[in-house]
Design a protein around this ligand. Structure first.
Ligand code: SAM
Length: 353
């Protein structure tokens, strides 16, 4: 038996109703969820709901997801001048050498009015980790994030002097790892502006402050200090933070914003993306965004479950989709066969070196 996650389909952002057409989304096995829950304490909200649901997994799988994608305009988020603002009311946790905000605390603050998009209340009231077109899951750290981080060290992926995009970043840990690996610049994108303001930006600030001058400037990026629940006070903007930009919005919109921006935009050497291919309705936008933003000799590293029950997406479906478009070559570079199978895929342009 696997943990079950509720997944709601919401046709209209303004109709917050009860029109939630619930299906189950099985995201991870209890054992694996447990492993990472121990590591992160708050990963993917594993609601161990074993109550019977109508239909078999196969039947639920076939439930059509609604095609209409809601429009979410793209926006760049400024880094506050007073960095302490980004860390106000935050409680920090640490896994390995990465700091991240305690999301239960963020959720409480958001329920108290800090969430202009209202995604926390919608997610709580519908018991859902995903509400397509409304909330796309960025309030949690999903397990393929950690698969990718493990893979970067196993495969010795080099970020030094690279331009990197963490696409569908949520907590932004992949981008932060790239930053610690001395990337030249790191951009973060999430669908939801609340996620960027309340989670991604505070996490990046906290890691930059805590790593101080070591981040991206020759140190090993590791700290032996014990985890502190209270974020450090920022006296000045750490250099690493000046390498970062933050964006929210739907992929095609963000892509257009970047390509049309006045600031000179150079394509990314590396695009990192974890658990972003659960919904086949988004494959076209995702594929085109990767094709538009990746440098001609760049690489995409994508982490995904083999299959997302309830929504229908998964690595093999995406692989087939990409093959049919004939733009990228793909290769599955790692398979993690614990519980629900998970994979890491590398993508490069067909004609790249
Ligand atoms: N990468 C994070 C992780 O592994 O913890 C978050 C994964 S969350 C399940 C999926 C992310 O993909 C969301 O945070 C959202 O920002 C992004 N996403 C999904 N569909 C999107 C779309 N159509 N346009 C823009 N972003 C999208």
């Amino acid at each position: 038996m696997a943990f079950r996650f509720n997944f709601s389909i919401d046709e209209n952002e303004n109709n917050e109703s009860d029109a939630h057409d619930k299906v189950d989304l099985q995201l991870c096995s209890p054992k694996h969820a447990q492993e990472w829950a121990e590591k992160t304490k708050q990963i993917v909200n594993p609601v161990a709901d074993s109550s019977p649901r109508p239909g078999t997994d196969e039947q639920r799988d076939e439930m059509p997801s609604k095609k209409k994608l809601l429009f979410k305009a793209a926006k760049e988020h400024d880094i506050p001048e007073d960095l302490n603002k980004a860390l106000e009311n935050k409680v920090m946790e640490r896994v390995s050498d990465l700091y991240y905000v305690n999301m239960s605390v963020v959720e409480m603050i958001c329920l108290d009015g800090a969430d202009r998009e209202g995604i926390v209340s919608k997610s709580v009231s519908s018991h859902s980790d995903l509400i397509p077109g409304v909330y796309e899951g960025g309030l949690k750290i999903w397990e393929c994030t950690f698969d990718l981080i493990d893979y970067f060290s196993e495969a010795e992926i080099q970020f030094t002097d690279k331009t990197v995009l963490d696409l569908g970043c949520g907590a932004g840990l992949l981008g932060i790892v790239a930053l610690k690996g001395k990337a030249e610049k790191v951009h973060f994108q999430d669908y939801n502006s609340t996620v960027i303001d309340e989670i991604t930006l505070p996490n990046t600030v906290a890691n930059c402050i805590n790593e101080g001058s070591r981040m991206g400037s020759g140190g090993d990026g590791k700290t032996s200090e014990p985890p502190s629940k209270r974020p450090k006070k920022a006296e000045r903007s750490p250099d690493a933070l000046t390498k970062c930009r933050f964006f929210s919005g739907e992929w095609s919109e963000v892509s257009q914003l970047l390509l049309n921006s006045n600031k000179t935009f150079s394509k990314y050497d590396i695009i990192l993306t974890s658990e972003t291919i659960y919904n086949p309705d988004y494959y076209g936008a995702l594929h085109d965004t990767l094709a538009q933003l990746l440098d001609k000799n760049g690489r995409v590293y994508l982490g995904s479950k083999a299959h997302y029950f309830g929504v229908g997406g998964g690595i093999y479906l995406f692989e087939k989709f990409v093959e049919e478009r004939k733009v990228f070559r793909t290769s599955i570079v790692k398979i993690i066969d614990k519980g629900l199978q998970r994979c890491i895929m590398e993508m490069a342009f067909k004609d790249s070196s």
